[in-house]
Write a protein that binds this ligand. Structure first.
Ligand SMILES: O=P(O)(O)O[C@@H]1C[C@H](O)[C@@H](CO)O1
Ligand code: MN
Ligand code: MN
Length: 396
């Protein structure tokens, strides 16, 4: 069997991006700052003490990140990668991993309030029939739901907000507003933000009846534009291979080059879904998984202890993953950008990412620093015997 399993630990950066300064992120280091906070006893909520990631460390995470705790001889291929895409957003990171860097500029909404052009909101209201909007500014998704959720239920107006990413996010109550109605509204909005070059419209449904009990549900849906060129996923599908997308991978690629989508509510359910996909994948297939909680539940929330606990929970399950691999399989663990929970604000941070490769019979060695995430996708392509793309080089 020659299969590939590609895992994105969403936002698990390791610092050190050469262009971090240009993003206002010089010094940001998601892994490094979480580890330092844990070592200093500053992340003892729901967990305790130094960050314990024995399996990721054995694969070479410490060496990739240049930390002292690294083993002498990591068990896998270990290294780091920098991003050449112009944004530090999720689609840019994933598309570059899949061999297609984003070399154009996304559209962004300004930080003024109101944030969204009045003409855009008028068009969306006309087409969807909503009575108006709330929010209309940059915000943290959980905070703006706590602040405006009750008014949204009362008035029937959904909450529109954005971030440092190229996004229009729409939060509305799953039952009072209606989930399908929210999805339809996002479809309408997607059409109207196309001319503004906005990367994603994101449906952010929530449940609960008051600020204290509101919680976002797993029914988030991302409406992305198509990648600008054929990705690794397209090459795989064109060659008759199956691409099984775990979590939000399907949405991120606008469902292009995807054979099957499997979802899960939270990292542990996603891990289960990934293990099931590995059981079902055949020779030459690709399983591509995104673990969103690191970013969405902890990075953007600037929750250091929560992020550390999520990393440790992920690491504890890696032996199940190792056991699921078969001779000939290549597994790669990486990330799509940083989201340093010690950093000011609530946005992503420009960082290098770890690249950890392993599988039965793959000997440990350093692969150095890769100048583009695209080297990851081209390595998968080489492993699966797919045509090579033009933006990266295999490290196999
Ligand atoms: O709603 P939140 O604050 O979690 O929004 C973040 C900011 C990103 O743009 C968005 C997409 O992942 O999540
Ligand atoms: Mn991401
Ligand atoms: Mn994010």
């Amino acid at each position: 069997m020659r299969r590939a399993i590609l895992i994105v630990m969403d936002s698990f950066g390791i610092g050190g991006a050469v262009d971090a300064e240009a993003f206002g992120d010089a010094g940001a280091d998601t892994f490094g700052h979480i580890a330092a906070a844990c070592a200093a006893g500053q992340a003892d909520i729901g967990r305790r003490g130094p960050l314990a990631l024995p399996h990721l460390e054995a694969l070479g995470l410490g060496r990739a990140a240049g930390t002292a705790s690294a083993p002498e001889q990591p068990e896998g291929l270990w290294g780091s990668a920098g991003e050449v895409s112009r944004g530090k957003d999720t689609p840019s990171g994933h598309w570059e991993i899949a061999g297609v860097p984003v070399t154009f500029d996304w559209g962004y909404f300004p930080t003024e309030i109101p944030t969204f052009p009045a003409s855009l909101i008028a068009e969306i209201m006309d087409d969807s029939g909503i009575p108006g909007i709330l929010g209309d500014r940059h915000a943290s998704g959980t905070e703006i739901i706590a602040e405006l959720g009750e008014e949204s239920i009362r008035s029937g107006k959904p909450i529109f907000y954005t971030s440092g990413d190229s996004v229009l996010q729409i939060a509305a109550h799953e039952t009072h507003f209606g989930l399908e109605r929210l999805f339809a509204l996002c479809g309408v909005a997607r059409k109207h933000v196309d001319p503004l070059n906005i990367g994603r419209v994101i449906a952010r449904p929530f449940l609960g009846e008051s600020a204290e009990s509101f919680r976002r549900t797993a029914n988030r849906r991302d409406y992305s534009v198509l990648p600008p060129e054929a990705t690794l996923l397209d090459r795989a599908v064109a060659a008759g291979r199956k691409v099984i997308a775990i979590g939000k991978i399907g949405d991120i690629f606008a469902h292009q080059g995807i054979s099957e989508v499997r979802k899960g509510d939270g990292n542990m359910a996603l891990f289960d879904a990934m293990l099931g996909a590995i059981r079902d994948a055949g020779d030459g297939d690709l399983v591509f998984a995104n673990f969103v909680d690191f970013d969405s539940a902890f990075g953007h929330r600037r929750d250091v202890a929560g992020y550390a606990a999520a990393l440790e929970a992920f690491d504890r399950r890696l032996p199940e993953f190792f056991a699921a691999l078969q001779p000939g399989d290549l597994a790669l663990i990486t990330a799509d950008h940083g989201c340093d929970p010690t950093w000011p604000g609530t946005d992503h941070t420009r960082e290098n990412v770890p690249v950890l490769g392993f599988g039965p019979g793959i000997a440990g060695r350093g692969i150095g620093h890769r100048k583009t995430f695209a080297d990851i996708g081209e390595s998968v392509a080489a492993h699966l015997g797919l045509p090579q793309g033009k933006h990266g080089t295999s490290f196999l």
